[in-house]
Design a protein around this ligand. Structure first.
Ligand SMILES: Nc1nc2c(c(=O)[nH]1)N[C@H]1C(S)=C(S)[C@@H](COP(=O)(O)O)O[C@H]1N2
Ligand SMILES: [Mo]
Length: 410
């Protein structure tokens, strides 16, 4: 399969705050397919793996091209914030927005409300108190390629995640402005992307009304000090901190307050996990009871060394990684360099923000030539930690202890 490289006419560039609105007014992106990328290995459909450059993005690992599934290389996780142009991308439908006119774009709030609203980008920026937060997001299928036995679906390694600083309006304030009627049970969220067939369901996800009103979720219009990239939800997206990115609806155009719970493919069939501890089930006897994916379980991931690294005997190595949970707070990260027999505490970097990842590091001097099996294990403030084995048929919510084999050479 031929890989593609995409280029685009950048409408925004590097801008000061005054130019921000003006640039966004013409938030238009022209997509042009030009040139080929460099195939890393062969594959088809959702298992394609090559490098590709999309509009507003650096070269990312492409798992699928239409709709784009783009994975962030590990080296971008060596900083507190993941750059917008390296942030991973996941859309379900090829009919994603590539052009948004801010003069006509609205986020509608309808359903069981006293005053239906039609909010422009400007309304969201100026009529509600701005909230700034750094939050971690991750696809529910992040790291799916490591499940054994293998499971179908996008074969992400560990790069379907990132950490960014957002500014936005509280979802609660927007819902209060509309006046949520008594008896409302859910608010649901839909973006500008359209399904390929009229009969396919819009990508629409619900939160319980209590969750939507808890004051934590925001409708973000700024990401790392810039407008959101088109591929990450320009002009506004929902941020549901501590919860998997499947709820972080991009190009948010419709909020519906509901008296009855939403039922669609995305709620009833996709994005569900077994109701068992650790969402784990026997590959030969999958669990019949499932429940929607929600919060991030406690987890740590190695960032460096990279899986392919060859390190020298006797050299000083700084192992680095990230740890996340649902916002309760990471208390401890331990590292083993001998396949899980002995564990040493890693040093935790400062707390960036409640729903941010926490970075960690540990010095290591390998003394022998050969293969070392590194492992990392995070524990959060409630004592939730990671286990050695978990499996589910969707390949979701992976948080088993990571094992990273590194080769030490003379
Ligand atoms: N409108 C819209 N929002 C969406 C999706 C989508 O297909 N359409 N996919 C969701 C899923 S499953 C993920 S993992 C994240 C990906 O966000 P990103 O592309 O900004 O990293 O967007 C979420 N929000
Ligand atoms: Mo996802």
């Amino acid at each position: 399969m031929k890989s593609v490289r995409r280029d685009f006419l950048k409408a925004t560039g590097m801008l000061g705050l005054s130019a921000f609105v003006a640039a966004c007014k013409n938030g238009t992106i022209a997509w042009t397919v030009i040139d080929t990328g460099v195939p890393e290995s062969k594959g088809t459909g959702s298992n394609l793996r090559t490098w590709a450059r999309y509009p507003e993005k650096v070269d990312l690992m492409m798992l699928a091209d239409r709709p784009p599934l783009l994975e962030t290389p590990l080296r971008y996780f060596l900083k507190d914030l993941t750059p917008n142009d390296a942030y991973f991308v996941r859309w379900h439908y090829a009919g994603l927005p590539t052009r948004v006119d801010l003069r006509t774009f609205r986020t509608q709030v309808t359903g069981a409300v006293d005053r239906p609203l039609q909010l422009s980008f400007e309304d969201l920026r100026t009529k509600f108190e701005p909230v700034t937060m750094t939050a971690f997001s991750q696809c529910s299928g992040n790291s799916r390629s490591f499940f054994r036995p293998q499971v179908p679906g996008a074969q992400w390694t560990n790069g379907a995640m990132g950490n960014a600083r957002y500014v936005g309006a509280r979802l609660k304030d927007v819902l209060k402005a509309a006046g949520v009627k008594a008896g409302a049970v859910e608010a649901s969220f839909r973006g500008l992307d359209v399904p390929p067939l009229q009969s396919s369901p819009h990508f629409e996800k619900p939160l319980t009304i209590d969750h939507a009103l808890n004051g934590e979720s925001i409708i973000a219009y700024e990401m790392n000090g810039e407008p959101l990239p088109m591929l990450n939800g320009f002009p506004v997206r929902l941020i549901v901190p501590g919860w998997f990115a499947t709820y972080w609806v991009k190009a948010l155009s419709q909020i519906t307050v509901r008296r009855e719970t939403l039922h669609n493919f995305w709620v009833d069939t996709a994005y569900r996990v077994p109701t068992t501890p650790g969402y784990s089930e026997d590959p030969h006897h999958p669990n019949e009871q499932t429940t929607p994916i929600t919060r991030h379980p406690t987890r740590s991931v190695f960032v460096t060394p990279e899986p392919s690294a060859q390190l020298r005997k006797g050299s000083q190595v700084e192992i680095q990684g990230i740890a996340v949970d649902d916002g309760t707070g990471i208390r401890r990260v331990e590292v083993s360099t001998d396949g899980g027999r002995a564990w040493t505490d890693a040093a935790l970097d400062r707390v960036i923000d409640k729903y941010s990842w926490r970075r960690w590091r540990m010095n290591w001097r390998p003394t022998e030539v050969g293969r070392y099996s590194l492992q990392c294990r995070a524990t959060n403030a409630t004592g939730e930690t990671q286990s050695a084995y978990e499996w589910n048929h969707g390949g979701y919510c992976r948080n088993v202890i990571q094992t990273l084999d590194v080769d030490i050479v003379a």
